[in-house]
Design a protein around this ligand. Structure first.
Ligand code: ADP
Ligand code: MG
Length: 864
C-alpha cells in the first residue's frame, strides 16, 4: 500500500494487522524477521585483515625491514627472524588495539541509542527505537526524534521540523486528517511524519508505516557513515611530532653513518649503527598507547555515569574552565513537593485547603487537568501537582480526566512559560492556565477571591508579588494558577492566553542534591567557574545558588530580558562576574556560551529541552540529561549524564584532566627511555666503540618491556592534584619546554649508567658481553623509571601499590629480561652473552641508581 496519507486510520491498522492496543509481542517477533531492525545500514567497516595490512604502512616497519635485511647480509639469520616476528606481533597488537578502540566507541554509541514510547499488548512501554516495526503505535512529543515513518492518528499542536529531509528550516504543522489521494511531496504530507525529523512542539500518536532502510531517510541516506572516529587534537599533534621526529632521525642516521665511514669503520657496521639509532629513537608504541588510554578513559567515565560520545571530548573535558548548568534536576533533586498555596489572600500549607471553596477546589482540579504527567511519569513539577490533589485530597486524576476531558490545549514551552487546557466544567467552558508569575500577571484582568470574581486591583498585584518573593526567598519554585471562561468549545491559540482570572500561587520545594555543594567547591578550587542557568524565578534561583555556593556576595544575577537587551560586547563584559541567569530561554544560552568562548574559555553547558540543541552544539562540551533529557538534546550533546547529576560533570572533568596528565606521563616515560638509547648509541659511535645495541635489543625494549609500563602509567588513578591546578590551555602543546627538559635530563641520567655497564662488560674487548650489560641496564632502568613517571610526587607520596598495573608491568618486564639473560636457549636469538650472578647483580644496581636519584630529588622538591 502506498500513499498512506490518503488512507484512514482503520485501513492502515488493518494493513499491518495492528489495532488500537498496538501490536502483540508475537507479532513484533515475526515482523522483525520480515522487516529487519529499524536502523540504517552502516558503511562497511574495514575488515580485520585490511586493518592488519594497514599496520605495515608504517615508517617504523620499513626501517625494521631494512634492519632485517642488513642482519641477513651480515650473516645473522636468527636476528632477521626475530625482527620479522616482531613486525608481525606488532601488527597483531596494532590490529587488536584498533578493534578494541572501535568496540569501545560502538558500545558507548549503544548506551546512548535513541528510545521510543510505544503501545505493545495494550501497554505504553519504552523501547529502543531499533525494535520498532510497521504497525507499531508510537507516541511522540516535543523533543523527540521521529523514530520511523508513520501516519499521524492523533495530533495535539504537533509541529515537526523536517529540515533534514526537505531542507525547509521552519517547523510544519501536522494533523491527523485524511488527505486526498494523489501525488504529494513529502513536505505536503501533513498527516505523516518521517524518520530523522524532530518534534519541535506539541505531541502526537503515530502508526509506523515503514522502518529502517525503507523510510524516506533510508532512501536518501542509503548508508550511514560508519562509527568512524576522527583523530583527536592530541593524536594529530602526536602524529605531527612523529613525522618531524622521523625526519630528524633520518638526518641524524645519515650523519652518524657518514662520520663512521669517514673514521674508517666498516660499511656494514656503520650501517648497523644507523639502524640501531633509528630503532632506538622511534617511539613505536606512542600513538597506540594514546588511543588505548583515551578509549579506556571513556569506559571509566561511563562507569562514573558520564557517557562520552567521542574520544575528542575526553581531551576537551580536561580543559573545561566554565560549567553552565541547569538548576532544576541537575543541581537540585528534581523531587518536587508542594509546600504552600496562596489563595483567597491567605497562605495555606499543602494540606490546609477547603474543597468547598470555589477557588480552592478549582486549583486542585486544575492541578490534575492542566497537566500531562501521571503520578509516576512526567515532568517533576507536574508530578508534584498531581500528588498535591491525589495524596492530600484523595482526588483521582483518572476519574477527573474522564469526567472533564481535554477539549484543546497549548503545551508548556520554556519560552512562553505557560500551559493551557480547555475543559467543560459544570456547564462552563473553561480555559485553565498555569505558568510563571511574570508570564501570567501581565495578562491578568480579574481575580477570584472568596467565591467571587472581581477586577484585580493594584493592592492585589502587590500582595501577589510580595508572596511570590517570600516563597522564592525560601527557595520555593512558584507556579501561578489562572483561568478564563470561553464562549464556546474551540481550538485555543496563543492569542487566547490573556484576560486571565487569577486563582492562586503554588510553591513547591526542590531541595539541592546533597552532592552539589561539595562539587561546586571542587570546581572552584580547580579554577572552574560554575554558573547556574535556569528558567526559574530570579530569587528562587539565587536562593538555591547561594545555598550550594555558586552565588557569592557581589556576584551578578541576570535575567533573560536583561541579556536580551545587552549587546554582545556588554554581555562579554558581564559574564565573568555573573553566576546566576534566571528566566532565560534557550536562545540566551547560546549567547552566554558564545560570550565565554570569546573570552577564550572552554565552556561546558547542560541542556535538556528541544530548543537546547543549538546551545549544546555550540558549547565545547554539550551535556545532555540521560533521565529527563529529550532525544534531540541527547543527539546534540557530546556527553550524556546517566544520573543527571551536576557532581558527575565535575567527576568527569577530573577524570578528563587525569587522563591527559597520564598521557603526558606516558609520553615522558617513552621518550626519556628512547633518549637514553639514542644518547648511548651516539656516544659509542663518536667514541669509536663497537655497535652498542643490536636491533633486537632495542625492539625487545621498545615493544615488549616498555609498552606495559606506558599503559600502566596511563591507568594511574587520580591523586587529587589534578584538581588543584588551573584548567589547561587547550592550545598548549603536549611537549612543553619543561617536559622536554625532564625527558632530556632523565634520558641522560640513564644513558650514563648504560655506558658504565657497557664498559664493565667490555673489559678485555668482549663486545658481546658489553652490549649485553648495556642492553640489560637500559631495559631494567626503563622499567624502574616507569615508577618515576607515574606522577609528580615521589613514590612514597603516590603509594607504591596504588597502581597495581604498574607493579604488574614491572614484574612482567623483569621476568622477560631475566628469562632471556638466564636461559641459554634465548642467548643467540636475542644476541646476549651468558652472565654470572655477579654480573646480574651489577645490572640490577646500575639500573636502579637513576631511579633512586630521581626519587630523592622528587622527595626533596615536594618537601619544599
Ligand atoms: P527550569 O527547568 O530551568 O527550572 P523551566 O523552563 O522548566 O525552567 O521553568 C520555568 C518556569 O516555568 C518555572 O519557574 C515555572 O513557573 C514555569 N513552569 C515550569 N514547568 C511548567 C509546566 N509544566 N507548566 C506550566 N508552567 C511551568
Ligand atoms: Mg524544566
Amino acid at each position: 500500500m502506498k500513499n498512506y496519507f490518503s488512507k484512514s486510520k482503520d485501513e492502515i491498522l488493518k494493513e499491518f494487522d495492528s489495532n488500537e492496543k498496538g501490536l502483540s509481542t508475537g507479532q513484533v517477533e515475526t515482523s522483525i524477521e520480515k522487516y529487519g531492525y529499524n536502523q540504517l545500514n552502516e558503511e562497511k567497516k574495514l575488515s580485520t585483515f585490511a586493518v592488519f595490512i594497514s599496520q605495515f604502512k608504517d615508517f617504523l616497519v620499513i626501517i625494521l625491514i631494512i634492519a632485517s635485511i642488513i642482519s641477513l647480509i651480515s650473516g645473522n639469520e636468527e636476528s632477521t627472524i626475530v625482527i620479522l616476528v616482531v613486525i608481525i606481533i606488532n601488527a597483531i597488537l596494532g590490529t587488536v588495539q584498533h578493534l578494541k578502540a572501535e568496540e569501545s566507541i560502538s558500545s558507548l554509541k549503544s548506551l546512548s541509542a535513541p528510545k521510543s514510547k510505544v503501545l505493545r499488548d495494550g501497554e505504553k512501554v519504552e523501547i529502543l527505537s531499533k525494535y520498532l516495526v510497521p504497525g507499531d503505535i508510537v507516541f511522540i512529543e516535543a523533543g523527540d526524534l521521529v523514530p520511523a515513518d508513520g501516519r499521524i492518528i492523533e495530533s495535539f499542536s504537533l509541529l515537526v521540523n523536517e529540515s533534514s529531509l526537505t531542507g525547509e528550516s521552519e517547523s510544519v504543522e501536522k494533523t491527523s486528517d485524511v488527505m486526498a489521494d494523489g501525488e504529494l511531496a513529502l513536505g505536503d504530507q501533513k498527516n505523516m511524519v518521517f524518520s530523522g525529523s524532530l518534534v519541535s512542539y506539541g505531541r502526537g500518536v503515530v502508526i509506523v508505516t515503514s522502518t529502517g532502510m525503507k523510510t524516506e531517510l533510508g532512501k536518501i541516506a542509503s548508508l550511514l557513515e560508519a562509527t568512524k572516529e576522527k583523530s583527536t587534537p592530541l593524536q594529530v599533534s602526536l602524529d605531527n611530532f612523529g613525522k618531524k621526529l622521523s625526519i630528524g632521525i633520518i638526518i641524524l642516521c645519515i650523519i652518524v653513518f657518514a662520520i663512521n665511514v669517514f673514521h674508517g669503520v666498516k660499511m656494514l657496521d656503520s650501517l648497523m649503527f644507523a639502524v640501531a639509532l633509528a630503532v632506538a629513537a622511534i617511539p613505536e608504541a606512542l600513538s597506540s598507547i594514546v588511543t588505548i588510554v583515551l578509549a579506556l578513559g571513556t569506559q571509566k567515565l561511563s562507569k562514573e555515569n558520564a557517557i562520552i560520545k567521542n574520544l575528542k571530548s575526553v581531551e576537551s573535558l580536561g580543559c573545561v574552565s566554565v560549567i553552565c548548568s541547569d538548576k532544576t534536576g541537575t543541581l537540585t533533586q528534581n523531587k518536587m513537593t508542594v509546600k504552600q498555596v496562596y489563595i483567597n489572600n491567605k497562605v495555606y500549607n499543602e494540606k490546609g485547603l477547603d474543597t468547598k471553596d470555589t477557588g480552592e477546589s478549582l486549583i486542585l482540579k486544575e492541578s490534575i487537568l492542566c497537566n500531562d504527567a501521571t503520578s509516576e511519569i512526567g515532568d517533576p513539577t507536574e508530578i508534584a501537582l498531581i500528588n498535591l490533589s491525589e495524596i492530600n485530597y484523595s482526588m483521582s486524576s483518572k476519574e477527573l480526566k474522564e469526567k472533564y476531558p481535554r477539549i484543546s490545549e497549548i503545551p508548556f514551552d520554556s519560552d512562553r512559560k505557560l500551559m493551557s487546557t480547555v475543559h467543560e466544567i459544570d456547564n462552563e467552558i473553561l480555559m485553565l492556565t498555569k505558568g510563571a508569575l511574570d508570564s501570567v500577571l501581565p495578562r491578568t484582568t480579574h481575580i477570584l477571591v472568596n467565591n467571587e470574581v472581581r477586577e484585580i486591583t493594584k493592592t492585589d498585584i502587590e500582595n501577589i508579588e510580595n508572596i511570590n518573593t517570600m516563597f522564592a526567598e525560601t527557595g520555593l519554585r512558584v507556579l501561578t494558577f489562572a483561568y478564563k471562561v470561553l464562549d464556546e468549545k474551540k481550538e485555543i491559540t496563543r492569542e487566547d492566553e490573556d484576560k486571565f482570572i487569577f486563582i492562586g500561587l503554588v510553591g513547591m520545594i526542590d531541595p539541592p542534591r546533597e552532592e552539589s555543594k561539595a562539587a561546586v567547591e571542587k570546581c572552584i578550587t580547580a579554577g572552574i567557574k560554575p554558573v547556574m542557568i535556569t528558567g526559574d524565578h530570579k530569587i528562587t534561583a539565587t536562593t538555591i545558588a547561594k545555598e550550594i555556593g555558586i552565588y557569592q556576595d557581589g556576584d551578578n544575577v541576570l535575567e533573560g530580558i536583561e541579556v536580551e537587551k545587552m549587546s554582545d560586547e556588554e554581555l562579554i563584559n558581564k559574564v565573568a562576574s555573573t553566576s546566576v541567569y534566571a528566566r532565560v530561554s534557550p536562545e540566551h544560552k547560546i549567547r552566554i556560551v558564545t560570550a565565554w568562548q570569546t573570552l577564550g574559555k572552554i565552556c561546558a553547558m547542560t541542556g535538556d529541552g528541544v530548543n537546547d540543541a543549538p546551545a549544546l552544539k555550540r558549547a565545547d562540551i554539550g551535556i545532555a540529561m540521560g533521565i529527563t533529557g529529550t532525544e534531540v538534546s541527547k543527539d546534540a550533546a557530546s556527553m550524556i549524564l546517566t544520573d543527571d547529576n551536576f557532581s558527575t560533570i565535575v567527576k568527569a572533568i577530573t577524570t578528563g584532566r587525569n587522563i591527559y596528565s597520564n598521557i603526558k606521563n606516558s609520553i615522558r616515560f617513552l621518550l626519556s627511555g628512547n633518549t637514553a638509547g639514542i644518547l648511548a648509541v651516539l656516544y659509542s659511535s663518536l667514541a669509536g666503540l663497537p655497535v652498542i645495541f643490536a636491533p633486537v635489543h632495542l625492539l625487545f625494549i621498545n615493544l615488549l618491556t616498555d609498552s606495559l609500563p606506558a599503559i600502566a602509567i596511563g591507568m594511574e588513578p587520580s591523586h587529587g592534584d589534578v584538581l588543584t591546578e588551573k584548567p589547561r590551555d587547550p592550545k598548549e602543546p603536549i611537549l612543553t619546554k619543561e617536559l622536554a627538559g625532564k625527558i632530556l635530563i632523565e634520558g641522560l641520567l640513564i644513558a650514563v649508567f648504560v655506558m658504565l655497564a657497557f664498559y664493565m662488560g667490555y673489559q678485555g674487548g668482549n663486545t658481546l658481553k658489553g652490549s649485553t650489560m648495556a642492553f640489560s641496564v637500559l631495559c631494567l632502568a626503563r622499567l624502574f623509571h616507569g615508577f618515576n613517571c607515574r606522577g609528580g610526587s615521589s613514590i612514597i607520596g603516590l603509594g607504591l601499590f596504588s597502581n597495581m598495573f604498574s607493579i604488574a608491568a614491572f614484574v612482567i618486564g623483569f621476568i622477560l629480561l631475566n628469562g632471556i639473560l638466564i636461559f641459554p636457549v634465548f642467548h643467540s636469538i636475542f644476541q646476549v652473552a651468558p652472565l654470572s650472578t655477579n654480573d646480574l647483580l651489577y645490572i640490577y644496581l646500575l639500573a636502579f641508581i637513576p631511579t633512586l636519584i630521581i626519587q630523592i630529588s622528587k622527595f626533596i622538591k615536594y618537601k619544599k
